[in-house]
Design a binder for this molecule. Structure first.
Ligand code: GUN
Length: 323
């Protein structure tokens, strides 16, 4: 049973938190063990190449965390930082070289790329067998078909792993995914569909969005708008997966910090704080909810490590090909 938040007549049942940090730590530990086995079998550790173009501070932080995760997992990292003025051709040359480099099992180009670069042609150039982001059309197609052996995008597969670990079985449930991005919303909806949920995808043109959200047994918020999901948008007991990671700076603080002492302290320490797409008033109505931070974010990173190991193993022993 979820813990009781109040007392007397105004008792309120508080949402149970899905602890992404705990579940991600378990994944990381498993990957570390298996990459040790990989070294024993193949004489080298799995390798991940990460390319960062330009100087976007948030992207630089994400890339640093990915490199640190590699070290924790016994995965060799190859980090490339290219200047903002890099051309599409130069980036394609590097991707080609890393496709051919046998030490590299996984290859990731940090997004967003500078506007001058043709992102689609870069993602299409990554060897699908090394595409640990799951963004290559071949892997997207395999996801659509529900293939078993596929490199899945990390955030969506992290979402499903959180549900599994929390004992939520999507089969037959009504899932509403708010946000239709190629990287997060669409693949999350497909994974839930593959797990036999009845899925609705909502977006900026959806009519009466609150009403559609109220139909959800599982509500996935993947928009990037702080506190978009309001109290009267959700049913009591809904499972909420909050994928939004919104940085709240001094201008927005009065609107979004409310009176949450933990957030206020975090903001005062760092000068910004992170909030999700789900308002605190909606969150307390949930039966289960992922926090921001500490929910989906750590899972995305852990699943990148798992994908790198998977890519390394599959490159050595292609699935479906007898040894
Ligand atoms: N930028 C934000 N999220 C991601 C991600 O999952 N992969 C890549 N490559 N870039 C990102």
């Amino acid at each position: 049973m979820p813990p009781d938040a109040g007392s007397g007549d105004t008792k309120r049942i508080m949402a149970q938190i899905i602890d992404g940090n705990r579940i991600a730590a378990k994944v990381i530990e498993e990957v570390a063990g298996k990459s040790g086995n990989f070294l024993g079998e193949h004489g080298r550790v799995p390798g991940l190449a990460v390319i960062l173009v330009g100087e976007d501070p948030a992207s630089a932080v994400y890339v640093r965390m990915k490199i640190r995760d590699c070290a924790r997992c016994g995965i060799e990292s190859f980090s490339y930082t290219l200047p903002e003025r890099t051309t599409t051709g130069e980036l394609l040359d590097l991707v080609g070289a890393l496709n051919r480099d046998d030490r590299v099992d996984g290859l990731l180009v940090q997004l967003p790329l500078p506007a001058t670069i043709d992102t689609r042609s870069v993602l299409d150039a990554i060897d699908p067998a090394k595409d640990v982001d799951g963004f290559h059309p071949a892997n997207v197609g395999r996801l659509v078909r529900g293939d078993k052996h596929v490199l899945l995008p990390c955030t969506p597969s992290g979402v499903v792993r959180l549900l599994d670990d929390s004992g939520v079985e999507p089969r037959g449930m009504r899932a509403v995914v708010v946000g239709r991005s190629d990287l997060v919303g669409k693949p999350t909806a497909l994974l839930l569909l593959n797990r036999h949920a009845t899925v609705t995808i909502c977006h900026s043109r959806t009519r009466d969005l609150p009403q559609v959200c109220r139909t959800a047994d599982i509500l996935v918020a993947a928009v990037g708008k702080p506190f978009l999901i309001q109290e009267d948008w959700v049913r009591e007991g809904v499972v909420i997966i909050d994928i939004g990671i919104n940085s709240i700076g001094p201008d927005d603080a009065p609107r979004f910090l409310l009176e949450d002492p933990k957030r206020v302290a975090d903001f005062e320490r760092k000068g910004y704080t992170l909030v999700g797409d789900v308002s605190p008033a909606a969150a307390v109505k949930a039966g289960l909810i992922t926090p921001v931070p500490g929910g989906v974010g750590p899972m995305t990173r852990a699943l990148l490590m798992e994908n790198t190991l998977k890519a390394a193993e599959w490159r050595k022993n292609p699935p479906g090909v007898p040894k």
